[in-house]
Design a protein around this ligand. Structure first.
Ligand code: GN1
Ligand code: MG
Length: 537
């Protein structure tokens, strides 16, 4: 390592004496942009080390704070196959980001020796940023960290998070596609065109799209240049307003109504992305009532479609869906009983879902909030690409599956690719969003947050569906749940906010609400609640 270059970079991106401690969590680093300069330089250093540790494979570094407000920013690292940074390296990221300037060289040497990194290996880092004003300067800090360690930097400029994942994957696996943003656009457009042709559609599909005033707008405009003979997309919150302010997928999911500046009229098919375009939700209104099609709905649509294609083509594929405890109970029931697809449940956080999804030939995973994708194993891709079906119906099913494998960004949840996947399935099955919504009815549910002094006292097991501490809380929840019909409730400490989250669902809205508030009260009583005891408004 060129220690002098590291010292110079640390001098240019000084860590303030009173710097706030930052942790690399589920979503990477995420905090106020104005305290991130030294952190980003160090993330650049870490990305260069990670690349060498992986034999010179390209590593991604995305500067974003997703659905957070505009003044925030952050960074996420992407591993060689386009997956999230391996969990064991999160601790290195946190250590490097927080050490004092004069400890930096020592910390880097520790990582080099603990991981046995050969510093002669070339290193490559793919940089990207969302539309935040702070992004350019933070990218420069990251770049300085990379170059201090002698890494080559590929700067993609303003791109979606999933595009960084895609380019990283292509650089390390040429079979996946051309490693550029244009390559991404062309791959998706070609796959969607193939589906369009298969479906024999002639008229335009019309959509209203809320882009959260984020990068989704920038990239959709590019993509639509390839798709304008098929898709007519009216864009809202396309960058002229404040990022994520009263708009975007997170806002729509939490508020359960349309974003600002956009009305969902009768018959309108509406879509919303989050700030870095890795989450997507659909919604529409019927008789003035807002109706949301969330991640569970997307999973159900995709899993059932793939299952039906496999059956039609007599293709033996082991298809599974991965959900978290937040998935609506009726989606799980639909998948298991009507669609005949096995469902696994993991802890919250897409990295857990993604990992589990790899157990299947075809793993479909979505968090209820709209973040997810479909992953095809190498064996499944081989089967799909080599399979020959005798019947016309089978041939068509195989052609549909092949186009799907090209259309879906298998590295990570991708709002643009997921939206095209939904459109493709609706198109091929001649379905409306109303038909999609009729697949099952959601159980009414309620999510609440409870403030307690120390949320780490709440411990869970069984994919967060049961709590093992504090004593007596789980039995209190069980007693409450028994009083309601088709009810379920669980509590867990949030990984991103200083709260305990409560989830409850039941047969009626009133029951779901009553149960949620009662469970929140028990959490407050037994886990050290602070402030007012939770009570229904
Ligand atoms: C209930 C919920 O939506 N939780 C979110 C939220 O995690 P918490 O650990 O619940 O704060 O942020 C995660 C990162 O964005 C996301 O993966 C997850 O789905
Ligand atoms: Mg996001």
């Amino acid at each position: 390592m060129d220690a002098a270059a590291v010292v110079e970079a640390a001098g240019a991106h000084k860590r303030p004496e009173d710097a706030k401690h930052v942790g690399y969590g589920t979503a990477g680093f995420r905090t106020k942009a104005d305290i991130l300069d030294h952190v980003l330089m160090r993330v650049g250093v870490l990305a260069a080390l990670r690349s060498r540790c992986k034999g010179g494979a390209a590593i991604g570094l995305m500067v974003t704070a997703s659905h957070n407000p505009e003044p925030d920013n952050g960074a996420k690292l992407v591993d060689p196959m386009g997956e999230m940074l391996e969990a064991s390296w999160e601790a290195y990221a946190t250590r490097l980001a927080n050490c004092k300037d004069d400890e930096l060289v020592g910390e880097i040497n520790t990582i080099i020796s603990e991981c046995g990194i050969d510093m002669q290996t070339k290193a490559k880092v793919v940089l990207g940023r969302d539309t935040r004003g702070s992004g350019l300067k933070l990218c420069q800090a990251a770049r300085d960290g990379c170059t201090a360690l002698g890494a080559e930097v590929v700067d993609l400029g303003i791109v979606t998070t999933p595009q960084v994942h895609y380019v990283v994957r292509c650089l390390n696996d040429a079979t996946y596609g051309t490693p550029t943003v244009a390559g991404y656009q062309e791959k998706l457009a070609a796959a969607f065109k193939a589906i369009w042709t298969l479906a024999g559609r002639t008229d335009l599909i019309s959509l209203k799209l809320d882009c959260a005033n984020g990068v989704g707008a920038v990239q959709m405009k590019e993509l639509l240049k390839h798709l304008d003979s098929m898709l007519k997309v009216e864009m809202y919150n396309d960058g002229s307003g404040q990022l994520n302010h009263e708009c975007g997928a997170d806002y729509v999911k939490v508020q359960q109504h349309a974003p600002a500046n956009m009305t969902a009229g009768a018959g309108d098919r509406c879509v919303t992305f989050d700030g870095d375009a890795d989450r997507v939700l659909y919604f529409f209104t019927r008789d003035g009532t807002f109706f949301m099609l969330d991640g569970d709905r997307i999973s159900s649509l995709a899993a059932q479609f793939i299952q039906q294609c496999a059956t039609a083509a007599a293709l033996d594929l082991n298809i599974g869906v991965v959900q978290t405890a937040y998935a609506n109970g009726n989606s799980t029931k639909f998948l298991q009983t009507k669609a005949g697809v096995p469902v696994a449940c993991t802890k919250t956080g897409v990295k857990h879902l993604h990992h589990k999804a790899l157990d299947y030939d075809v793993g479909v995973y979505f968090e209820a909030n709209g973040h997810g994708t479909v992953v095809f194993s190498d064996a499944a891709l081989k089967k799909i690409n080599e399979h020959e079906s005798g019947s016309e119906e089978g041939k068509r099913a195989i052609a549909m599956l092949r186009a799907m494998t090209e259309l879906i960004n298998q590295t990570v949840g991708d709002a643009i690719s997921d939206m095209l996947m939904v459109e493709a399935i609706l198109l091929l099955q001649n379905m409306t969003v109303e038909d999609w919504a009729a697949m099952y009815d959601d159980l009414p549910n309620r999510q609440l947050k409870v403030k307690i002094a120390d949320r780490s006292v709440v411990k869970t097991t069984n994919a967060e569906r049961e709590c093992t501490a504090p004593a007596g809380l789980q039995s209190a929840i069980d007693e409450l749940v028994k009083k309601f019909t088709s009810a379920r409730s669980f509590v867990r400490p949030s990984g991103t906010e200083d709260v305990v989250r409560v989830y409850a669902e039941a047969e009626t809205r009133e029951q779901a609400d009553t149960l949620a508030w009662a469970v929140a009260g028990k959490v407050w009583d037994l886990a050290g609640g602070i402030g007012d005891r939770p009570h229904a408004p």
